[in-house]
Design a protein around this ligand. Structure first.
Ligand code: ATP
Ligand code: MG
Length: 220
């Protein structure tokens, strides 16, 4: 099969450290193992491919050689960031008014998590966090929005979720976040549960402007 230009460039780097036949075998088996298409790199694919190649190289090269080789591969793939990465950043804003919108936000979030390379457990957890935030909007503010933003920083992919409404705000926010709060309308664990499972959690709320929650989770 014809190699894509990127595949040829990766093979050229590998061939500096391995014989051509081994380079080709490592590359094709690692591409197959990671399930990536080099013709259409998606978010998280670079990281997945690098991790996969690292595993493959460990078998054939001394640690220092493997490190040098990985550095070259990393700068090659990073230089491709803006050129051949059609889905480097994905952004989706969903209006939230009803139960149906919660389901849409949940599903879209789950799909984005999958594309980013989160484990299926984390896909479910993040989808649950998204529906908790969306449900709070419907229940307490009436309407608002969920914005899903998938991107990467220094090659590390992340999902950021912003939940925003212009409802009545949360007057007793401190007591809710301290975990001592007892809810009248639910379990009272939506916000603290969400905070516990993400890497970054920011909440702003006031009776004048409503509530804004921003969470971020990194893929490893
Ligand atoms: N967007 C919002 N606007 C106004 N008040 C909110 C909003 N989100 C949460 N609240 C208030 O914060 C409280 C805590 O929310 P949290 O989601 O943690 O628990 P809950 O909704 O009461 O129960 P559940 O565990 O079912 O989510 C709610 O009871 C509600 O009073
Ligand atoms: Mg809730």
């Amino acid at each position: 099969m014809l190699m894509s230009p990127l595949e040829t460039e990766i093979k050229n780097i590998l061939s500096k450290y391995l014989s051509p036949i081994v380079a080709e075998t490592v590359l094709s088996s690692r591409i197959a193992a990671s399930g990536i298409s080099l013709r259409r790199l998606r978010i998280g694919d670079r990281q997945r491919l690098l991790l996969s190649l690292q595993k493959g190289l460990g078998r054939y090269l001394k640690p220092q050689q493997a490190k040098d080789c990985m550095n070259q591969l990393e700068s090659l793939l990073n230089s491709r960031n803006s050129v051949s990465a059609p889905a480097a950043t994905e952004h989706q804003k969903i209006s939230i008014r009803s139960e149906g919108d919660i389901v849409v936000a949940r599903g879209a979030g789950r799909q984005m998590c999958k594309t980013l390379g989160f484990t299926s457990l984390l896909q479910v957890k993040l989808a649950t966090a998204i529906s908790e935030l969306a449900r709070n909007i419907v229940q307490y503010a009436g309407e608002g929005s969920i914005t899903l933003h998938a991107s990467h920083e220094n090659g590390r992919p992340y999902l950021q979720v912003t939940a925003e409404d212009h409802g009545p705000g949360i007057p007793n926010l401190d007591s809710i976040l301290s975990g001592r709060y007892v809810s009248k309308s639910g379990m009272g664990k939506g916000l603290t549960g969400t905070r516990n499972m993400v890497d970054e959690f920011d909440i702003r709320s006031s009776p004048n402007s409503g509530t804004l929650v921003v969470i971020r989770k990194w893929v490893k």
